[in-house]
Design a protein around this ligand. Structure first.
Ligand code: 2AM
Ligand code: CA
Ligand code: CA
Ligand code: CA
Length: 265
């Protein structure tokens, strides 16, 4: 099985588990604060994906949000070492847990493979709409088998931008500041509840841009490759090149990127 096939198969399998469990009830707990929740379905989804990937590729490493350590190492260390890691899978088992908990569609499964720090495969799956976005380094980006590309707008005034509201208060403050400036400049703003879905939508040309502060590698790795392979640009809010350590993600169709970033600095 190719790495892309593994990623797609696990995203689909996890997606049907999540969809099933959405209607059958689940336990929810608070993580770092009352703003930050996790359910037993997040954990079950991650476990299923981890087992499935390691069964196919036993010598690979796995980094998932709900068990965010590899061989007991802290996240920062794992991401710094990722440069030398031949195969590191970076997985968000449910991106948009708040949507899931509220019964709002739009959550996704996000699976990326980084080879020595370079994104090689990215899959974002929306189980409710049955939309599978994927990209492979150098092979373009696709939605349910059809090639996708970013939108062509070259002005913020004709752009629809998305953002999200992370649970960390400092990151929320930064989003608030950017929101104030962008609301004066862009056509309108959306917040759909999943960073991975926002990025996939930038790749598909449904959104012109997306930014959010304080995210982690599992939220954005798969979507970042989809944007890049669809012809877009991914940086941080200062315009620095994307890496697995990027937390203030800023993605666009490329043509609006400079004007977009200048609203966020
Ligand atoms: P999650 O649903 O996987 O937790 C929503 O604005 C985005 O922020 C989602 O991608 C969400 O991912 C993420 N997010 C939620 N809580 C977060 C936290 N404590 N730190 C960083 N990102 C978070
Ligand atoms: Ca979470
Ligand atoms: Ca997430
Ligand atoms: Ca998650």
């Amino acid at each position: 099985m190719t790495y892309l096939e593994t990623a797609q198969m696990m995203a689909r399998t996890a997606g049907s588990l999540i969809k099933q469990r959405m209607d059958s009830g689940f336990a929810t707990e608070e993580k770092s604060s009352s703003f930050d929740v996790v359910t037993e379905v997040d954990k079950a989804s991650e476990e299923l994906i981890r087992k499935g990937i390691l069964l196919q590729h036993p010598d690979h490493r796995f980094l998932g949000e709900e068990e965010s350590f590899v061989s007991g190492k802290p996240l920062q260390e794992v991401l710094l070492e990722a440069q030398n890691e031949p195969f590191l899978w970076v997985v968000d088992p449910i991106d948009g847990t708040s949507n899931f908990v509220q019964g709002i569609p739009g959550f996704t499964v996000s699976i990326a493979l980084a080879c020595r720090g370079e994104l090689t495969v990215g899959v974002v799956y929306d189980p409710v709409l049955d939309e599978m976005f994927w990209a492979e380094k150098g092979q373009g980006a696709y939605l349910n088998g059809k090639p996708i590309q970013v939108a062509s707008a070259d002005q913020l005034g004709r752009s629809v931008i998305a953002t999200g509201f992370p649970s960390n208060m400092q990151a929320r403050g930064a989003v608030y500041n950017g929101l104030g400036r962008l609301l004066e400049q862009c056509r309108t703003i959306r917040s759909l509840g999943s960073a991975a879905r926002h990025l996939a939508y930038v790749g598909a040309g449904r959104l012109h841009g997306f930014w959010e502060n304080g995210l982690n590698a599992w939220d954005v790795a798969a979507g970042a490759l989809i944007v890049q392979e669809a012809g877009g640009t991914v940086t941080d809010t200062r315009g620095e090149a994307y890496s697995l350590l990027t937390r203030d993600i800023t993605a666009s169709n490329g043509r609006i990127h400079e004007a977009f970033v200048s609203c966020l600095e």
